[in-house]
Design a protein around this ligand. Structure first.
Ligand SMILES: Cc1cc2nc3c(=O)[nH]c(=O)nc-3n(C[C@H](O)[C@H](O)[C@H](O)COP(=O)(O)OP(=O)(O)OC[C@H]3O[C@@H](n4cnc5c(N)ncnc54)[C@H](O)[C@@H]3O)c2cc1C
Length: 384
């Protein structure tokens, strides 16, 4: 649902100009230094990028699912690290609060997340609880009105720079699986919470990812999202369901960018006395990539519209994430192929995006986990 097409187009145009003039030119710098300059982060705040999905009453733009999907397709046409800087706040780092937070929690934190004054993160994964997130071992032990939280989270996007942590911990040690998990909001500076330096990683340089160490972190019961114990996993799933559509949009953007880069390269690179764009086998890589990117875009926008209409899109969101992330991987691979040896050499757009987009098939549910879920839901819904 696009609420006000004229206003929305103006906003998209403003975002495109920012990306083209202020982000794209520094993509190699961000890759090399593993850092986004603070002046660019400030411009993101000024443009309201941190608050897109947060309701207007809390200072955000309150974008619909379709509007957010369209924005995601735009903002991911430059190096993925740029979007990752504000993406937590417009995605999983605020969504738990938006869907299940108490009015006091929303009033306290959402305006800070929307303005970008505070950076949030979503700390679910643990060393022994990845695809099976319900196996998490972090504990929260009640002590009067307080809880003492101990455990270790790993692979958490923006943990090294976050000020606000959504931490999932087990409040009921007897309960198995999803039951007995509670979501807590913990501010940086709370004694016992620490974040080691960011990992070195394959791609997405400039997007810090790291661990969260929790050593008897004492928090008041008012830090429980929704003020109710045992609801944490349900909250996480609600946030992740929407995030899967967001992420699928974030896979379409790089594919569209790479198709442009492929065409540019194919037109300018000459072999056998003519541009390689004249060879049908090169054309095939371009044609297949463009077709698949359009199919993913259509699926993402259709699913977003259904969600805006109130339809349960759990199955479709999983399909979006699976198809778009796998599609993006294929497009990045073909781009390296079209660039030839140059596409394998560092500091090349094909090489950078090839490394960056590899993550999409791994986080927020690996492809295997989505395939498993899609199969289960498909068979459950088809009574044949
Ligand atoms: C850069 C980065 C950023 C991340 N950001 C966050 C974040 O902000 N917050 C957060 O909470 N987490 C985050 N994650 C964690 C991410 O969601 C997990 O890495 C992911 O869920 C997979 O878990 P795992 O790495 O433990 O792999 P594993 O679960 O150990 O999986 C290993 C392999 O086994 C396969 N496998 C596992 N179970 C099954 C099964 N039942 N059937 C078939 N195959 C299976 C997987 O598909 C995979 O191929 C991030 C990860 C990375 C790398």
């Amino acid at each position: 649902m696009i609420r006000n097409p004229v206003k929305f187009d103006t906003m998209l145009q403003q975002i495109r100009t920012f990306l083209e003039t202020e982000c794209k030119p520094i993509e190699p710098l961000v890759d090399q230094t593993d850092e986004i300059p603070e002046s660019v982060v400030q411009r993101m705040r000024d443009l309201g990028l941190f608050g897109h999905s947060i309701p207007e009453e809390y200072g955000g733009a309150g974008l619909t699912t379709e509007e957010l999907a369209r924005v995601n397709i735009e903002v991911s046409q430059v190096a993925t690290a740029f979007r990752a800087r504000f993406g937590g706040n417009t995605g999983i780092a605020s969504e738990s609060l938006v869907v299940d937070g108490t009015p006091e929690q929303k009033r306290k934190y959402l305006p800070l997340l929307a303005s970008g004054e505070v950076t949030g993160c979503f700390a679910l994964t643990e060393p022994e609880a990845g695809s099976d997130a319900t196996a998490l071992q972090t504990t929260a032990v009640r002590d009067g009105e307080y809880y003492e939280i101990s455990g270790k989270k790993c692979f958490i996007t923006n943990a090294p720079i976050a000020n606000l942590f959504t931490v999932f911990a087990r409040t009921d040690p007897q309960a198995k699986g999803a039951a007995g998990i509670t979501a807590f909001l913990i501010e940086r500076g709370t004694p016992g919470l620490s974040t080691p330096p960011a990992y070195r990683k394959l791609g997405q340089h400039g997007s810090p990812v790291g661990e969260v160490i929790l050593e008897r972190v004492r928090v008041h019961e008012s830090a429980i999202i929704g003020a109710k114990e045992g609801q944490g996993f349900r909250t996480a799933m609600k946030a992740l369901n929407k995030q899967r559509i967001n992420l699928a949009g974030l896979c379409v953007g790089p594919a569209l960018r790479l198709i442009t880069e492929m065409v540019r390269q194919a037109r300018t690179r000459k072999q056998f006395g003519r541009p390689i764009s004249e060879f049908q086998l090169v054309q095939q890589m371009i044609a297949e990539s463009n077709t698949e990117a359009h199919a993913a875009r259509a699926l993402v926008l259709e699913t977003a519209r259904k969600r805006d209409d109130g339809v349960d899109v759990t199955l479709e969101a999983s399909m979006c994430k699976l198809f778009a992330s796998e599609m993006c991987g294929r497009v990045a691979d073909r781009t390296v192929q079209v660039f030839g040896g140059g596409g394998y050499i560092a500091d090349n757009v094909a090489e950078r995006f090839y490394r960056d987009v590899r993550l999409f098939r791994l986080y927020e549910g690996t492809s295997q986990i989505h395939i498993t879920n899609i199969a289960k839901r498909t068979m459950a819904t088809l009574a044949v």
